[in-house]
Structures are given as structure tokens and as C-alpha cells.
Design a protein around this ligand. Structure first.
Ligand code: PXG
Length: 459
């Protein structure tokens, strides 16, 4: 039946009739027209109306090697032909899962030698949080249950992930478990204008220390944080922040979990965000870039401190998923990591990130509505503000960002709006001329947005 329907309008009608979308207000979706994405190559996606759109978000921060890489297709086809599925529950394993676990141990920081697989970032986070509590129970400290995270943090949509996240709307609806607490994010542009960046980094980290003191370290299991808070608006911590968090977690005997779901595999210009910021985690959650989004896979990386307890003392950890270590997903991940390493995409992310920010600065750095352009590697943000001098945000936050995002989309470039912060994370394979095109289209969208809201902007 589906073969008979070729027109966009038909797909849109069927989508409204039957498809429930993630994070979507369905009434407003149905009032407009959903875009039907049909194909992609390199940094571009194509829709059913013939538009070719530069994907400045790499899907959802994940398509690092670009769309339609035949190497990944071949890896999936070969593994599907040979062994499409087997599990690792009952004294069995599969060769792609073993090879990937070994490869991750090589890529991860020293002391990380073990990987547990799942299918999504949320499941990796859930696994880390459950394991943190089991770790302390096993060591005779069952009171250590509380998980501390940050406002504007995003750790997925499972109940534990939503509770750990710092998105108040998610808590309000269905993700507010006991024993989860949030502290101030290291968002210098938004919260720290009276301090230097370095001072603010220490100040934000010490909020964690104060919170631990108030709760009692004997009640706290772990702190979880993204090296850069992606979905929260590409919040890049000052350099002083993570070293201070390392100290605080170590002194208080609290596990440190780096949520690398966005930052992992080169996004920040080093292999992991942990490398970029000098974080000393006990566990790292990874997903997205591990397969460039071609197939669902996540990996929880566990350091020797935690792995030793799990392996030698816990006995059976009653935890795992049907698709843990899925051989096809692991085979795709291996082929994807081959591309990342062979094409030097990590260094490329570092170098082209600098170029992208330079070009954005040249184009719109002086614009009265552009408060700040920031980034590390190929992840970054543009703050749209009502008053650049005083860093005053627009009233009714999110409105101007949405206008700009819609102009971007209409102009065939995809950026995300988080409040009025425009965020970007293009595929790591983006070329210099594609960076020029991206900057040109974003610049046009910023000017169009300004025309709509300039009466609100102090120039
Ligand atoms: N941790 C982090 C840091 C993430 O960014 C997850 C966990 C959850 O991963 P899964 O695979 O369960 O979605 C994420 C996911 C957005 C957006 O709009 C961001 C994510 C997912 C969907 C949308 O910025 N990040």
C-alpha cells in the first residue's frame, strides 16, 4: 500500500494520522506541514520537495562521518548476512562486540578497559546510574544513592535519565524520581557576567561542593555531567570548572560520570570531551557518534575502579538489554571508527571548528543582536540577545530563537534553537567550502530575524 503513495501531501497526512513524534506539540505540528526527509549525502539531506538542506546539526549531533557512507552500509550488510543477531547474556559473545570493546579500551583515557553496550544514550545513562548505586551498596554504603547533575543538563528520556536531567518541563511531566538533585550549570554567558570566566568556573563547581555538604557525602552516589552541555544550549564550561569538579568528587568519594553522548568521538576536537577538559571520570556514557547515528548503539565505558568491584564483588548485576552488544551495531561502529581514525576527523574537528568560528565572527560577530559566538571543535553556539552590551536576553525566551531556526530551515540550513541560543554541530567531514555555505545561510537567517525583531534590540 505504501508503494502506491508517492506524494508529499499523502505522507504528511499519514504522519498526522498515525505517527507520534518525540518532544513534539502535535497540535502545532499538524497545523503546519511536516517535512519529509528522503535521502542524504555528505553534509546534506534532501526532502520530498526537492530541497537540498545543509545539516548544521549532523542529524541530532550524531552523523559525524556524513550521510550515505558505503563503508558503513557494507559493514552492516556483511554482518547481517553472517550473523544478524545474537546476545551476550548466557555465556556467549559475538566477535564484533568483543572487537569493539577492545577498540574502545584503546581509544578511551587510561584506566578505562571495559565497555557495556546498549542501544541509546538514555540506556547508557540508566546503566551508569544503576551501576553507581550498586557499586556503593556492594562496598557497604547503601546510603549513597543521590545523583547530582546540573540545570539544563540532558541525560535522556528514560525515567532515571529524565530525573537526572535538568529540564524542568521533563521533571514536571514524568521524570522526577527521588534522590536526584540539580546544581548551577557553568553557563558563564548567562549567569556569570559579574565575574571573570575563570572565577565563575570555580564558583559554579563550588555549588556542587556546597550541595554535597548540605546533603551529606554519605548520601551521594555520583555526579553526572556532560563535558559541554549540548541540548541545554552548548554551555561550554570555563577551563577552571572541571579540574575543580575532579577535586570535589575525589575528596568527597563521589563517582564522577562524564556523559559523552554528544562530545564523544571527536566532536570537541579531541577523542572525548574528557580529554578536552581534563575530566577524571569513573564512567563515561557514549552513543550518537559511535555509529554516526547509522544504527542505534551506546556504550557505557567503566574505569578499573568500578569495573573491579563489578567483576569481583557484585556477583550478578541484574541489568542488560536484548540488544546489548548487538553484532550489526557493533560492526557498524567499528567501520565508523575506522573512518574517524583514517580520515583524521578528530583533528579536523579541532581545525575546522576554529575556521567556522572565525568565519561566523567575521560575518556576524559585530551584529547588535549577536551577544556571543562560542565553540570547541565542531560544536558551538550563537547567543541572540536584546542588548549586547548588558547581555540582556529577549523577553519570552525561545521566541526569537524559533524565528531564527525557521528562517534557517527555510534557507536550507539546519540549526537548533535552545531558548534564543542557536546551536550547531555539523558533520565532522564538512569541507571548507561547505563551511562558507553554512556561514552564508546562517548570516542571512540572522539578518532576516533581526528585521522581524529589531524594535526590541538595543543598537
Ligand atoms: N545524554 C546526552 C548528553 C544526550 O545529548 C542522551 C544522553 C540520550 O540519548 P538518546 O540516544 O537516548 O536520545 C542525549 C541525547 C536535542 C536532542 O534536541 C539531544 C539529544 C537527543 C534528542 C534531541 O538537542 N541528546
Amino acid at each position: 500500500m505504501l508503494d502506491e503513495i508517492s506524494g508529499t501531501v499523502d505522507w504528511q497526512g499519514l504522519d498526522s494520522a498515525h505517527h507520534l513524534h518525540p518532544f513534539t506539540d502535535h497540535k502545532s505540528l499538524h497545523e503546519g506541514k511536516v517535512r519529509v526527509i528522503t535521502s542524504g549525502e555528505g553534509v546534506f539531506i534532501n526532502d520530498s520537495e526537492g530541497n537540498r538542506i545543509l545539516d548544521g546539526m549532523a542529524g541530532l549531533w550524531c552523523v559525524d562521518v556524513g550521510y550515505s557512507r558505503p563503508e558503513l552500509v557494507a559493514a552492516a550488510a556483511a554482518q547481517m548476512t553472517k550473523l544478524p543477531y545474537y546476545n551476550a547474556f548466557f555465556k556467549t559473545t559475538t566477535t564484533p562486540a568483543v572487537a569493539l570493546a577492545q577498540r574502545l579500551a584503546r581509544l578511551a583515557p587510561d584506566g578505562f578497559n571495559h565497555a557495556f553496550f546498549a542501544s541509546s544514550g538514555s540506556e547508557a545513562v540508566d546503566s551508569a546510574l544503576r551501576l553507581a548505586r550498586v557499586y556503593w551498596q556492594t562496598l557497604g554504603k547503601p546510603g549513597k544513592k543521590i545523583i547530582i547533575s546540573r540545570e539544563y543538563g540532558y541525560h535522556g528520556s528514560t525515567t532515571l535519565g529524565a530525573s537526572a536531567g535538568g529540564m524542568v518541563d521533563m521533571h514536571r511531566q514524568a521524570g522526577d524520581m527521588p534522590n536526584f538533585v540539580q546544581v548551577l550549570p557553568p553557563y558563564w554567558y548567562g549567569y556569570g557576567s559579574q565575574m571573570s570566566e575563570a572565577e565563575f568556573g570555580i564558583y559554579a563547581a563550588r555549588q556542587l561542593e556546597d550541595k554535597i555538604r548540605a546533603l551529606g557525602a554519605d548520601n551521594v552516589a555520583a555526579f553526572i555531567g556532560e563535558p559541554i552541555q549540548g541540548a541545554g544550549g552548548v554551555i561550554i564550561p570555563p577551563e577552571t570548572y572541571w579540574p575543580e569538579v575532579n577535586r570535589i568528587c575525589a575528596e568527597n568519594n563521589i563517582l564522577l560520570i562524564a556523559d559523552e553522548v554528544i562530545c564523544g568521538f571527536g566532536r570537541t576536537g579531541k577523542m572525548f570531551g574528557t580529554d578536552t577538559f581534563g575530566i577524571k571520570p569513573d564512567m563515561m556514557t557514549t552513543a550518537k557518534g559511535i555509529t554516526s547515528g547509522y544504527i542505534p548503539l551506546s556504550a557505557l565505558l567503566v574505569n578499573d575502579r568500578v569495573a573491579d568491584v563489578l567483576i569481583n564483588d557484585v556477583g550478578e548485576f541484574y541489568h542488560g538489554f536484548t540488544y546489548s552488544g548487538h553484532p550489526v551495531a557493533c560492526a557498524v561502529a567499528l567501520a565508523n571508527l575506522d573512518i574517524i581514525e583514517n580520515e583524521n576527523l578528530v583533528q579536523r574537528s579541532h581545525d575546522l571548528g576554529i575556521l567556522l568560528r572565525q568565519k561566523l565572527n567575521d560575518a556576524i560577530g559585530d551584529h547588535p543582536m549577536v551577544g556571543q559566538i562560542r565553540g570547541v571543535g565542531l560544536i558551538g553556539a550563537i547567543e541572540l540577545v536584546a542588548d549586547k552590551r548588558t547581555r540582556r536576553f529577549f523577553d519570552n525566551r525561545g521566541r526569537v530563537g524559533t524565528i531564527c531556526r525557521d528562517y534557517c530551515f527555510a534557507g536550507n540550513v539546519i540549526l537548533r534553537a535552545v531558548r534564543d541560543t542557536m546551536v550547531f554541530s555539523p558533520p565532522l567531514v564538512i569541507s571548507e567550502s561547505e563551511i562558507d555555505l553554512m556561514v552564508e545561510r546562517v548570516t542571512h537567517a540572522v539578518h532576516q530575524t533581526f528585521e522581524r525583531v529589531k524594535h526590541e534590540v538595543t543598537v
